[in-house]
Design a protein around this ligand. Sequence first.
Ligand SMILES: Cc1cc2nc3c(=O)[nH]c(=O)nc-3n(C[C@H](O)[C@H](O)[C@H](O)COP(=O)(O)OP(=O)(O)OC[C@H]3O[C@@H](n4cnc5c(N)ncnc54)[C@H](O)[C@@H]3O)c2cc1C
Length: 355
Amino acid sequence: MKNVLVVGFGLAGICLCRELEKNSIPFECFDEGLKSTPSKVSSGLINPITGRRFQLAWNYLQLFQVFEPFYRDLEERCGTRFVTQIEIIHPFTSAEIQNNFAISALDPLHEDYLSVTYKVHKWPISEDFGIIKNGFRLDLRKLIDAYSKLLIDSNLLNIEKFDYKKVKIEDNILKYKNRDYSHIVFCEGTKITSNPFFNNIPMVPAKGEVLIIEVEGLDETMILKKDLYFMRIGPNIYWVGSNYQWDFEDSKPTASRKDEFYQRIIAVLPDFKVKVLDHWAAIRPTSHDRKPYIGRHKIHGNMMVINGLGTKGCSLSPFLAQEAARLILQNDYIVDRDINLERGVEFAKKRAQKT
Ligand SMILES: Cc1cc2nc3c(=O)[nH]c(=O)nc-3n(C[C@H](O)[C@H](O)[C@H](O)COP(=O)(O)OP(=O)(O)OC[C@H]3O[C@@H](n4cnc5c(N)ncnc54)[C@H](O)[C@@H]3O)c2cc1C
């Protein structure tokens, strides 16, 4: 009989809980209920196109086949809509960007995703622009609120910190607080570094900060990517961000970054009255090679991890949840080397040998 304990109710844990429900595998989840996590701070964007050369994101078509029906099902389960289809306006701020965009738009692989056809919009930009089409945005706060209420009401989600010291392993059964579990899956984001069972995973965490602003008289649903992302999250209200900080003291928002972002916002919207409503920050769980990690503990094979979602958690999580369910259901299941935890552990070993 399977009975799974999920640690962490961020995007990775949420998708795993739903995948377990769909497979009728009993589970229970623990989350310490922090106010500011990457899953709560994220813009929730799924951008099919990536990089300076405007290429299709890694494994995008395969991931799309999984995440699109997965999130539609989760909307049904939660009784609320949190997914919207979006378009991103990309002003050509240099000849190189315009050239790269035009070349990529000619590739038949990109015809559903890139367009150089003019579209009416309200953004104050003077440059020509291209449009990234058929992306998605997940309102993650709405999802977390709705799904956590359902699971709390069914006593499946406990808002409390998981205590590693209380885990006991007897005859392959995992015991936690007088309950027996067949598996524990850790979906802890950057907190994995304090986990004594999986502290050998090479993480390269990247802090990101975000301003929530009100812009008087500007209501535009198309997303603008000019210097920062400007994404409407309510009438005249925008999520604006973000940045990548590899050196930081803690996960808190910093005053200097707030000033810097404000100046950058004013440079894009010089003729609008901009009011800062909020300032958020969180640390992305990024891996050494920017790909996710999923796998079993080397000795205790029924302890598992899903991590390294990095900057692409929204498109990756449903696929990783399906892979985790396969690992739980099939003892001999092996995940692809590209995303396998093993490659991270090997990398960490080699790095330690060199120093
Ligand atoms: C500014 C910013 C913008 C982003 N924008 C995007 C975007 O547009 N698109 C995209 O795809 N991704 C984006 N991301 C990345 C995305 O948010 C992450 O990849 C994803 O949210 C990671 O989810 P997670 O579940 O792995 O980790 P987390 O969100 O960190 O969730 C882990 C959870 O585990 C809990 N936890 C940890 N340890 C314990 C314990 N011992 N006991 C109990 N609970 C515990 C934590 O409290 C937390 O709730 C962004 C991130 C940031 C910071």
